[in-house]
Design a protein around this ligand. Structure first.
Ligand code: PDD
Length: 281
């Protein structure tokens, strides 16, 4: 059985329980992070910790995450995931356990801190090269999706719509702007420019997104952050999604229509190679 982390202790998963009064359970009052590890080495942990701190500060959850990187490394080792090509660590912090109120619990209420680690399996290259399909879904989320809140109901419904349509990804659209996926960021190649939505409050500031922008820049490709109209997306040369549990996933059909030539494009391919290479370094 896997070992998980709960409030300072490493426990068998079945032995880890939380209170029914946890504010994460009752109110989705918490945040999370998902950090990748390549052969046991955490990747861009500082970036993930910075985003976590942004969430803690914005929501005024008092928790010092200084011990989190070491905890992540130990959790990977405890679960014998050091030799896995890719593993992920999920971390969740809620405002703690207290009788249900909408306002904050009494000062001194300890946050609940939970984490687990698991292997992540990359798709076979032959499968990846066939490309994937996506559908568009209205973005019905709240106005602060830059916070990695555990309140993910609109994301759940969007991804369920994708699953029911038999496709890999759900592209969230608000006011004709294609923002991001249900659990990943969006890139489009438009007239040769690698384009993605700016890091505003309308998208999650993905760590993979930032990494992919750097990789594109290093390859000499023009990169631009700007809102992308759905109409533009429909005429894009290439579309792909990025994320910790997505890496780079190219979309070859959107809402049943071919994207570009309906094949995985050269930009997505080159960036995926560079992405994997960079995680080996
Ligand atoms: N999802 N946008 C949304 C809405 C996300 O939920 C995620 C991550 C991303 C990509 O962020 P990153 O590159 O830092 O993984 C973008 C995680 C993996 C999840 O919910 O499991």
């Amino acid at each position: 059985m896997s070992t998980v982390y709960l409030n300072g202790r490493y426990l068998p998963k079945d032995g880890a329980t939380i209170s029914v009064e946890d504010r994460g359970f009752l109110l989705s009052d918490g945040i999370y992070e998902v950090t990748p590890a390549y052969r046991g080495r955490l990747f861009r942990m500082e970036h993930h910790m910075r985003r976590l701190q942004h969430g803690l500060d914005t929501l005024r959850i008092e928790f010092d995450p200084a011990a989190m990187p070491e905890m992540h490394t130990r959790l990977i080792a405890e679960n014998a995931l050091d030799t896995e090509e890719v593993a992920i660590v999920y971390l969740q912090i809620t405002r703690g356990v207290a009788p249900r109120t909408h306002h904050f619990p009494p000062a001194g209420t300890q946050p609940t801190v939970y984490a687990f680690a698991q292997a992540f399996h990359r798709p076979e290259m032959a499968r990846w090269e066939q490309g994937y399909e996506a559908i568009t879904v209205p973005d019905e989320r709240w106005a602060r999706v830059d916070i990695k809140s555990i309140g993910l109901l609109p994301n759940v419904l969007a991804q369920q719509a994708a699953v029911e349509a038999g496709v890999a990804d759900a592209l969230l659209v608000r006011e004709d702007v294609a923002l991001e996926g249900s659990h990943n960021n969006l890139f489009a190649v438009l007239d040769g420019v690698v384009t993605t939505h700016p890091a505003t409050q309308r998208i999650l500031h993905g760590i993979a997104r930032e990494y992919v922008m750097e990789l594109a820049g290093a390859q000499g490709l023009p990169v631009e952050e700007r809102p992308i109209l759905l109409e533009e997306i429909r005429g894009a040369e290439e579309i792909f999604f990025t994320g910790t549990t997505t890496e780079i996933r190219p979309t070859v059909r959107l809402d049943g229509e071919p994207v570009g030539e309906g094949k995985v494009g050269p930009v997505a391919k080159a960036l995926y190679e560079a992405f994997k290479e960079g995680t080996r370094a």
